[in-house]
Write a protein that binds this ligand. Structure first.
Ligand SMILES: [Zn+2]
Length: 462
């Protein structure tokens, strides 16, 4: 006879994944430390797991305590009176089927489900999830390891290679991230970007699959080019535009800092001299006074308005906008005027900004065909530059010339050029995972966690 408290709501039953008809008795009480659900199921015929004979012969009972973390504020356990059956034919004894746990587990299905659902969020740590469900961190890790095992995705037509500094292993400080450019999914992540490791990895993928890869884009890491050329016999190699521009930006910053330091040195020396002269009630001679004012202005502009060098703010190009008083410079100016001053702080600054414009125009205006001739002009202009920091950029352009030209190819099917911009966002998520994990030491777990959280279509299994 079914005896259960009629106050047990349907919600509780659903949370337990039970039909009312399954329950022989259920009693829920709070003992002050948390909620306990005493439950016994109705007896019903079971098939023997050995010989499949149907039986209803009861061998006995055993109480099982199951962690059932469905409530946010209170720990909850199921005290389950588990029935054992015996097979009349072969004598095998076995537990009845139950909806609370997977075989051998002391955690309810709902707990496992909740834990795995929460771990989909890259911001939640194992220890946070553990305390939320009143279980240990190693239990969370076990649930994760059992529930999430994500295979590599099939190699697509367009692959972006990138790396991020995330998982410290004995092999490498970088992890290599492979992204499908078309569907934006992460194909796989590898614990290293070393030649031998990448080669081993791709050798294990059938050649037929590798032959289908047509476009591979990467930053300027030689290994990626070699690996792509040997492993994907039909691919076109592409250097990512953003990485190339980043390299230019680094050099441009060096130029600016050098000019700033030069002005600071003049400014400091003349300020000291002026101070000494003041004690003797004298002043700097007019030519030095003018030199000091120029150095002070240059230093101020280079420090305060350097952001304009790479800015896309259209106001910079408009001379007719309202001018405001700039007290440091002692004049009315708008962004156009300020940029003009910035550009003219030094001959090297003028040249650097001209070369920057040339490089940006190259990327913005050239077609694939035009890029082949234009890149040679760029190389000559950088090579013959009088700015020492920029001369070596000609080497970068020469070294990666075919890959830079290839970056102008409009990819059939998506009608876009290929770049790695989307990977950078993914790297942010990976860094977040790394940050929220207090350092993973288990590569397999880290890899699964990354793929599980980043690819929204990856599922867990209970
Ligand atoms: Zn049997």
């Amino acid at each position: 006879m079914a005896i259960f408290d009629s106050t047990i709501s349907n919600d509780t039953l659903i949370a337990l994944d039970l039909e009312r008809a399954d329950i022989k008795s259920m009693n829920i009480y709070n003992d002050g430390e948390g909620l306990t659900i005493d439950v016994e199921l109705n007896s019903k015929p079971h098939k023997c797991p050995v010989c499949s004979t149907e039986t209803s012969r009861i061998k006995g009972y055993q109480n099982k305590i199951i962690r059932h973390s469905i409530l946010n504020n209170t720990p909850c356990i199921i005290d389950y009176r588990a029935r054992r059956y015996i097979c009349p034919l072969c004598g095998k004894t076995f537990f009845e089927n139950n909806p609370f746990t997977n075989k051998g587990s002391r955690l309810s299905v709902a707990t496992v489900y909740n834990v795995l659902a929460d771990l989909k969020n890259p911001a939640l740590t194992f220890s946070y999830v553990a305390s939320k469900y009143h279980i240990s961190q190693s239990t969370v890790a076990n649930i994760f390891d059992r529930g999430v095992n994500i295979p590599r995705r099939t190699l697509p037509e367009c692959i972006c290679f990138d790396e991020t500094y995330a998982f410290k292993s004995d092999r490498s400080n970088y992890i290599c991230v492979l992204v499908d450019y078309k569907d934006k999914k992460v194909i796989d992540i590898l614990p290293t970007r070393r030649m031998q490791d990448l080669t081993d990895y791709f050798y294990n993928i059938p050649l037929e699959e590798r032959k289908k890869v047509r476009y591979v884009s990467f930053d300027m890491w030689q290994t990626y080019r070699s690996v792509a050329k040997t492993m994907f016999p039909n691919c076109v190699t592409i250097v990512d535009k953003f990485h190339l521009l980043q390299e230019f930006t680094r050099k441009a910053t060096r130029v600016r800092i050098r000019i700033m330091n030069k002005n600071k040195k003049i400014k400091d020396e003349l300020e000291n001299e002026a101070r000494r002269l003041k004690k003797e009630k004298k002043k700097l001679p007019p030519d030095k006074q003018e030199k000091l004012i120029q150095a002070q202005r240059n230093y101020y502009i280079l420090k305060k308005f350097e952001w304009m060098i790479f800015s896309k703010n259209k106001d910079i190009l408009n001379p007719n906008l309202e001018k405001k008083m700039n007290h440091a410079l002692g004049q009315y100016c708008n962004l156009y005027d300020l940029f003009n001053l910035l550009e003219n702080t030094d001959e090297d600054m003028t040249e650097m900004i001209n070369l920057k414009d040339e490089l940006y125009d190259f990327y913005e205006k050239c077609t694939y065909e035009e890029s082949k001739a234009k890149i040679n002009e760029l190389i000559i202009d950088f090579r013959s530059s009088s700015v020492p920091e920029l001369v070596s950029f000609a080497n970068t352009l020469t070294q990666w010339k075919p890959e830079i030209i290839n970056s102008f190819i409009i990819i059939p099917g998506i009608n876009k050029k290929m770049n790695n911009a989307l990977i950078e966002n993914r790297n942010k998520s990976i860094k977040l995972l790394k940050h929220s994990s207090n350092g993973y030491t288990n590569w397999k777990r880290f890899r699964n966690r990354v793929l599980y959280t980043i690819n929204d279509d990856e599922k867990f299994k209970l």
